[in-house]
Design a protein around this ligand. Structure first.
Ligand SMILES: *Cc1c(COP(=O)(O)O)cnc(C)c1O
Length: 497
């Protein structure tokens, strides 16, 4: 197996090259040349394995240039009970009859990004060694909250790397800010930008492509890389938990081997749900993939009409990690659905860059409808769903997960489909305490972040994640705030260049 580019099918890279490079030179995303298959026997066998062992089985199918030892090292280093609050790594929780919540937030930063960002540093440094890069890898991240912290935790003190995170001073929640500014590790730096997320993102992109900076890095044997979900090294780990959840359901006799399940995913950049699609294509018995959006419902419209149009109002919602109008991983799905026609992808994504819009062919429209159901949810309905789920099932979900629960309820009402269903839960409710408390208590909480966490604990009876509780007494290490125009100087100074 090798990796092609969605914008040039003749590209041929090993997995190690694809992961180290992050994105193809032509601007396309790396995608495996074939989809490996997964048998029902293999799924049964996984029932008896640890999460790290299950992950190793899946990675062996995609990272064919890695040795078994290398894969084992990456999986065991990432998925263990020192890094995750539960030995199961991901937990399956019973919501109501035949409906399960897949809790993907028991990692160190309490969001599902940990599932991939805990292993990415190992995949990346192993890849660099395999291709004899002999360079220090500098990770630059612009974040609106969850990715920055998860990347910091993943890369802190990882030999051969350093990481710099930029966040918008006024654009992250108090808890998210505290998570980042108290970050420990000897190879990390965090800096606030006087501007919004787009300013931070544009600043990072400009540094990535600045020739002067690139030359300076080169001469010091360093290179930039990316930790966001365009990197295959972030997508592959996400395939694992869908397969793992199915293996657990079979083992626990909740379903029979071969029974189909639905999967519901609260979606932003389309990375998480695309991983579920890969699992299905490998042979995991999945019926519908249900794509749940908040008021930024560009994907709902796209799946229902085949027209992608980002020319619309951008909403700031209570599920901020899904506030996005350009879902970059859609490019990988469309490449697969249009018969790997790279010219077609160049045309659509050229049009997206130019006009903000493209329309797919009738064949792709039909394929989208066959595989996916899409729906969206307002902030008001998100709050109502948190409250109803709490009252009816004594389950406290975060704002992102609530969007998925609401869209799933709509799907069930519209179709009557009673297929057993797994809903991906992407963040701990403690990460969005203010919104969750307001939904349950009915009024805006008038207290500080840690008092909110205590109040939420009283209500939900869920243990407060140690990593969040510890923030209260942690020293603020990173206080610097700069203009986005000064980001380049900040990077060079941090690297002593
Ligand atoms: C990133 C994120 C999402 C969106 O995931 P995508 O892979 O970008 O679709 C949803 N919920 C939370 C809490 C997130 O952090």
């Amino acid at each position: 197996m090798y990796y092609k580019s969605t914008r040039n099918s003749s590209v041929k890279k090993s997995a190690a090259e694809a992961i180290a490079q992050g994105i193809s030179e032509d601007g396309g995303l790396f995608i495996p040349s074939e989809i490996p298959s997964l048998s029902l026997d293999e799924i049964v066998a996984m029932g008896e394995m640890s999460y790290a062992e299950r992950a190793a089985k899946v990675f062996a199918k995609y990272l064919t240039d890695f040795t078994d030892e290398e894969i084992k090292y990456c999986c065991e280093s990432a998925y263990n009970d020192k890094k995750f609050a539960t030995a199961n790594i991901a937990e399956l929780s019973h919501l109501f009859d035949g409906t399960y919540i897949l809790e993907l937030w028991h990692g160190p930063t309490c969001a599902f990004k940990d599932m991939a960002l805990q292993i990415l540093p190992y995949l990346l440094t192993t890849s660099a060694k395999k291709i004899n890069l002999n360079k220090k890898i500098v990770i630059l991240v612009a974040t609106s909250g969850d990715t920055g912290k998860a990347a910091l935790e993943g890369f802190k003190d990882v030999e051969g790397t350093s990481i710099m995170v930029f966040y918008p001073e006024e654009g992250v929640s108090p808890m998210q800010k505290r998570q980042m500014t108290t970050q420990d590790g000897s190879n990390v730096s965090v800096c606030a930008i006087n501007g919004n997320f787009d300013d931070a993102q544009s600043g990072v992109k400009a540094i990535f492509t600045n020739e002067e900076v690139k030359e300076k890095l080169d001469s010091a044997s360093m290179m930039f890389s990316s930790a966001n979900s365009i990197n295959w090294g972030r997508l592959a780990p996400q395939i694992v938990y869908y397969i793992s959840a199915y293996a657990t359901l079979v083992k626990d006799e909740e379903i029979n081997l071969g029974d189909k399940i639905n999967v519901v995913v609260p979606t932003g950049n389309f990375g998480n749900i695309l991983a579920a699609y890969f699992a299905k294509k490998m042979g995991l018995p999945i019926n519908k993939l249900i794509c749940a959006s908040n008021s930024n419902n560009v994907l709902t419209d796209f799946i229902n009409t085949g027209v992608y149009d980002r020319n619309r109002k951008f909403y700031t919602t209570i599920s901020p990690s899904m506030d996005i109008l350009i879902s970059s991983n859609l490019e990988r799905l469309l490449y697969m659905l249009c018969g790997e026609d790279d010219a077609q992808i160049r045309e659509w994504f050229g049009s997206l860059a130019k006009t903000g819009r493209y329309e797919v062919t009738d064949a792709v429209k039909a394929a989208l409808k066959a595989e996916f159901y899409a729906g969206c949810c307002s902030d008001e309905d998100t709050e109502k769903t948190i409250k109803a789920t709490f009252d009816k099932y004594s389950y406290t979900c975060d704002t992102h997960t609530a969007v998925a629960v609401k869209v799933y309820n709509d799907y069930r009402a519209a179709t009557g489909d009673a297929t057993k269903t797994v809903i991906a839960s992407t963040a701990s409710p403690y990460k969005f305490s203010a919104s969750v408390l307001e939904a349950i208590d009915g009024s805006k909480p008038d207290m500080d972040e840690f008092a909110m966490v205590d109040r939420l604990c009283e209500l939900s009876k869920y243990e407060i994640p140690e990593s969040l509780a510890a923030l209260k007494n942690k020293e603020i290490r990173f206080k610097e705030s700069i203009e986005s125009a000064d980001m380049k100087d900040f990077v060079l100074r941090s690297l002593s260049l």
